[in-house]
Design a protein. Sequence first.
Length: 341
Amino acid sequence: MNIISQVKLENFRTHDKFKLELKNPTTLIIGENGSGKTSLIEALYVSIQGKSFRSRDEDILKKGRKHYKVSTVFSDGRKNQMEYRAETGKKQFTVDDKTYARLPLKNRYPVVLFEPDDLNLLYNSPARRRDWLNRLISSIDEGYHKSLLRYEKALSQRNNVLKSDFYREHDIFAWNVILAEYGSHILTRRKELVSFINSGLQPIYQSIAENSDQTGVLYKSDSVTESDYLKKLTANLEKDKVLGQTTYGPHRDDVEFNFNGELAVNTASRGEIRTIVLSLKFIEAGLIQQELGINPIILLDDIFSELDNTRQHHLTNGFKNHQVIITSVNPPGEMSEDVRL
């Protein structure tokens, strides 16, 4: 069943005006590199999430234009419109004739995005993997997103105090208390997610790879309970003062992927790592369905060039009960194109 039936772009990156009709559960968009395929995926993401996964609004705006607009029609008749104006530097959302500065949470639709850089998740920095955890948990838990924002604000304030020449001890302690409260919540939810991932990663991986390889995820953290967290921040104060930054907390944690008892990045082949990442996308979709009770929209951006025919088949077959939008340079497998740029 389709969730979105139409999306229209105006002054969106390379597109002056473009209308995309989504008539089938799976839509395939074919085009050469640089033809604007990823821009269509980005516009769809903006329309249902309220922000881009790639860059800032001023980077999206077509050069020389004063505004860009994305208009979306849902299959049930609902309509969303997002407009960004360069002169104000702000976005405005119109949802069924009501105007908002941000897309309301109730009007955001969950999405699973698969882009080529996702295949580098295991190789990327710890910050990239933390962002992955944060984005996924925030998509199902508004409370986590709020805790994350408050934690990051408190972390910035504490670091500013550490860098100042004069400060009072109770100023640092006040930020320690806030960091311990929200940091412990962040830690708990991340560990819960990793536990959920581990419950499904190996069977899904083995069903795709058709072998008995063992794979799993480990959340690497020194963080503990809220009270111990507070003690650790206090104990690290002198070191933090010298470095001018907070050296303890979930902002420094990482995720480790294991493969047959070893670090995946050291022992797994490129194809095996691709299968791990593909498995994670299925788990992500399953988590959203379980927590929110709806199937997310699946956006697959130019991913088939990175996957062999077997993995392409598992990808398309695994998401057959979702609305899927795919971009590709060439039609994958037996699929016929819907849109050619």
